[in-house]
Design a protein around this ligand. Structure first.
Ligand code: VGL
Length: 191
């Protein structure tokens, strides 16, 4: 029998602060935002027949040592994605995207994984399971941090996971490539 998947697209942290001009801009952030926007409008997304499209957002109020005046850009960072600021908004390229729910994370601590996020009090894994989703495509920012953590948690939670690598942007390219390898080893398919 041909397996039937119920697949969702997870757009990780495609927020202004993670794009050029933002406080923690990745080099390819704008490119990724535009590519995800086009992807959702085009035939390829139709072929993948997403049951749902969801987004995660870093949403910081007072995340402690996650913010630093002297960030190491691995475990500590300049202020970014402060709740209700322009930097925390989704990139303009996704302003009109058909996103069903936004899962916000990191209010009072570092939260790299989208699975730490909640939409109207519902955690991402529960929200997906309630809707019968068993398979996820993951895109977004940053490959070496939030995409990585989200994909690894998704696998841990028992979802089938594909990473659409062309629509992911890294803070650091070498770390990004290592993160792709790690996700693949953990069971994700790199597309
Ligand atoms: C992220 C660094 C700090 C991310 C979040 O979205 O990958 N990176 N906070």
């Amino acid at each position: 029998m041909v397996p039937i998947f119920m697949r969702a697209l997870i757009i990780v942290d495609v927020q202004n602060d993670f794009c050029p001009g933002g406080s923690l801009g990745t080099a390819r952030g704008n490119e990724v935002a535009a590519a995800v926007g086009h992807y959702l409008e085009g035939d390829l997304a139709k072929v993948n027949d997403y049951a749902h499209v969801v987004a995660t957002q870093d949403w910081h109020i007072d995340p402690g040592a996650h913010f630093s005046e002297n960030p190491d850009f691995v475990d500590s960072w300049p202020r970014h994605c402060v709740a209700d600021t322009a930097g925390a908004q989704m990139h303009d390229a996704l302003k009109d995207a058909p996103i069903d729910a936004y899962f916000r994370k990191g209010e009072y601590e570092a939260a790299y994984s989208g699975f730490e996020g909640k939409a109207d009090g519902t955690a991402l894994a529960d929200w997906l399971r309630e809707r019968g989703v068993d398979s996820l495509d993951v895109v977004g920012i940053a490959t070496d941090h939030c995409v990585r953590a989200t994909a690894l948690d998704a696998l841990q939670e028992g979802f089938e996971v594909r990473i659409l690598t062309g629509m992911c942007a890294a803070v650091d390219n070498a770390r990004g490539d290592k993160a792709f390898e790690e996700m693949e080893k953990a069971g994700a398919e790199l597309v």
